[in-house]
Ligand binder design. Structure first.
Ligand SMILES: [Zn+2]
Length: 405
């Protein structure tokens, strides 16, 4: 029998607001354990949360960029469960009135039939707080709690089960990452867990319309691991069904070193969390004026930049794609193009020598700080002047260390 995998994604994006969602503590990554903590985010009884309105603004930006309906009225609910990284024993989230619903994201990918486009439906986007982190000491076997990450704001983006292959999932995550970066609401550092995906997966006979029993593989934060886990889980479920067995609805954990996943717990349903409206946080009204304000101040997104580079600046589609691979690269390009007045030369220099040098020194686009971009803008504009004036005819940068770039 031919089988088909059906997948839906829940993506958690950590927001880059300066402070946490309900208190004034910093959201900076890392830091000495339990130094970015106050009585509110440590969940002390008697404290009162205060909503950080920047989180609402970021949620509205993403909702508009993903073509969602924006709720005029939204509120927070408590999701009750006990876990040591959650000192209050409940997470503040949104179940009954999420901020954004019914949007879509269009993805592009290649398959055996060539280039494809597909709209992935977004069921909802909601605001919530992150939990702390457990640090396991393998030598002593002890576990330590670090609450620095507790109460850092998250947007959870929930798709419909519209994916049929790992290629589609990767295309979606890449596109979503691009949108988050260009909206300037998440740094998207996957290695620091700024974006994490839970993958709901079931299989069914090809052509069937009914959904099979699904499993959820949680907290994936690398594209490669996501691809491998999807292949693994699809094969595992097909094996069970072909042997006449049944899939158990459960949460699974992926072990990337072993290339396997393990069942963690049988999957809870919403009612198991005993959600109820958070009595400490007032419902929020979103009026048309506010929405219009966010709409008119939305930054230019990557696909809009690609189109503009091509139509207005005469940059080829393939170079425009490389220049928009990360916001820091397109910011650098635009600064140099403006300062030098020669966009074509700026595009060639960045996609050629600069990116080659970054590759050779393992420098990531996120390492291009604004100070570094300013320095590069002045230096490279001078270089472009020399090239245009035929004072020099070619550039080959020899420096090979990350610091010297
Ligand atoms: Zn705090």
């Amino acid at each position: 029998m031919k089988w088909e995998a059906v997948m839906g994604l829940e993506v958690h994006a950590e927001l880059s607001t300066k402070t946490k969602i309900f208190c004034g503590c910093t959201t900076a990554y890392g830091g000495e354990p339990n130094t970015h903590v106050c009585p509110i985010c440590a969940g002390m009884p008697g404290t009162l949360p205060k909503m950080n309105l920047a989180v609402l603004e970021y949620a509205l930006r993403l909702g508009l960029a993903l073509n969602c309906n924006i709720s005029k009225y939204c509120k927070f609910d408590r999701k009750n469960y006990f876990y040591p990284d959650l000192p209050k024993a409940y997470q503040v989230s949104q179940l009954y009135a999420p901020i954004c619903t019914d949007g879509f994201l269009e993805i592009e990918f290649d398959d055996t039939n060539g280039k494809q486009k597909k709209k992935i439906a977004i069921r909802q986007i909601h605001m919530e707080e992150d939990a702390g982190k457990l640090v396991h000491d393998p030598r002593s076997g002890d576990t330590y709690m670090d609450y620095n990450r507790g109460c850092v704001p998250l947007l959870e983006i929930v798709s419909q089960p519209d994916f049929r292959s790992a290629v589609e999932v990767t295309a979606y995550l890449e596109k979503l990452r691009e949108v988050l970066l260009y909206l300037d609401i998440c740094d998207c550092k996957m290695q620091e867990g700024s974006i994490r995906a839970d993958i709901n997966l079931s299989v069914r006979p090809a052509g069937s319309r009914e959904l099979g029993v699904r499993t959820e593989t949680k907290n994936m934060n690398s594209f490669k691991a996501i691809m491998r886990s999807i292949e693994y889980e699809t094969a595992r479920q097909i094996d069970i069904l072909e042997d006449g067995g049944q899939i158990i609805q459960e949460t699974r954990r992926w072990d990337d070193e072993k290339g396997k996943s393990y069942g963690m717990r049988s999957k809870e349903n919403a009612q198991d969390y005993r959600y109820f409206p958070d009595p400490d946080l007032l419902p929020m009204q979103i009026d048309d004026e506010r929405l219009l304000q966010v709409k008119t101040s939305l930054p230019e997104l990557a696909h809009q930049k690609r189109e503009r580079y091509n139509l207005e600046l005469g940059i080829s589609e393939s170079l425009a794609a490389v220049l928009t691979v990360h916001k820091n690269i397109s910011d650098l390009f635009e600064a140099i193009a403006k300062k030098s007045g020669h966009p074509a030369e700026a595009a060639n220099l960045i996609t050629g020598e600069i990116m080659r040098l970054m590759n050779n020194t393992n420098m990531l686009p996120e390492d291009l700080s604004s100070v570094k971009r300013q320095e590069l803008t002045s230096k490279l504009s001078v270089l472009i002047d020399l090239l245009i004036g035929r004072k020099i005819i070619a550039v080959r940068i020899k420096k090979q260390s990350k610091q010297s770039l």
